[in-house]
Unconditional design. Structure first.
Length: 228
């Protein structure tokens, strides 16, 4: 069941961060023909405890049905709506190096509310090229291209030295959501949301967990006693 939207509380940031995981799990279940799912099953697929999942979904006003669970397609639609994915979100990617090209060609944007409408770069050898079915424009024309395509989200995949300047120009023409892949911290005014994706940091975190597991395995390994 779904509660009256007017009764919903503000959704905590931690819950918002987990909603895409729930949506991905629900999408996989729907593709397998699953019509309903329990909180335990959905939590297992999404990688969270069922109690945390139920608490997260209660912020959306969705409590499921006792003995039945959650309707997969309905819950997926509800989460998509909360995330703003039921509306078209035009995206511009600035910086068409290896990472920018990979993002431009990423098929996961299709059908999830995101539409890449503009590719921009400053390299004259790259400007004019066709990448992922689009012609790369010049950063010199950023304001005109972003405004003309009603870009809602700017993706920055430039070197660190260029990222802040690109961000400032995006914000100046009304972009209020920025996804930053550049290895730097961006300064933005209040009301602008920035998400930073640092691949090196993620690898360092994985290295920490790998090291911890190795040390734990050594501690648990049987020790050979040497006879006197």
């Amino acid at each position: 069941m779904t509660a009256d939207p007017a009764t919903r509380r503000e959704i905590p940031d931690a819950t918002v961060a987990r909603l895409p995981d729930y949506l991905r799990a629900l999408t996989d279940l729907a593709e397998r023909g699953v019509a309903s799912v329990s909180s335990e099953e959905l939590g297992t697929v999404a990688g969270v405890r069922s109690a945390k999942l139920r608490k997260d979904l209660s912020h959306l006003g969705s409590y499921g049905v006792r003995g039945v669970g959650y309707e997969v397609e309905m819950l997926a639609h509800e989460i998509s709506r909360e995330l703003g994915l039921t509306q078209d979100r035009p995206v511009a990617i600035v910086g068409l190096g290896n990472l920018g090209r990979a993002l431009a060609a990423y098929p996961g944007f299709v059908g999830r509310g995101f539409r890449v409408v503009a590719l921009l770069d400053r390299d004259r050898q790259v400007v004019g090229q066709e990448i992922a079915g689009m012609i790369v424009g010049s950063v010199d024309d950023l304001e005109q291209i972003v405004t003309g395509n009603a870009v809602a989200i700017g993706v920055i995949a430039t070197p660190a030295a260029s990222a802040q300047g690109v961000c400032d120009r995006l914000v100046a023409v009304g972009v209020r959501s920025v996804l930053n892949f550049a290895p730097c911290v961006l300064s933005v005014p209040e009301g602008v949301a920035v998400r930073k994706v640092d691949l090196a940091t993620e690898l360092q975190i994985l290295a920490f967990h790998e090291q911890r597991d190795v040390l734990a395995a050594r501690e648990c390994a049987p020790r050979l006693e040497v006879a006197p």
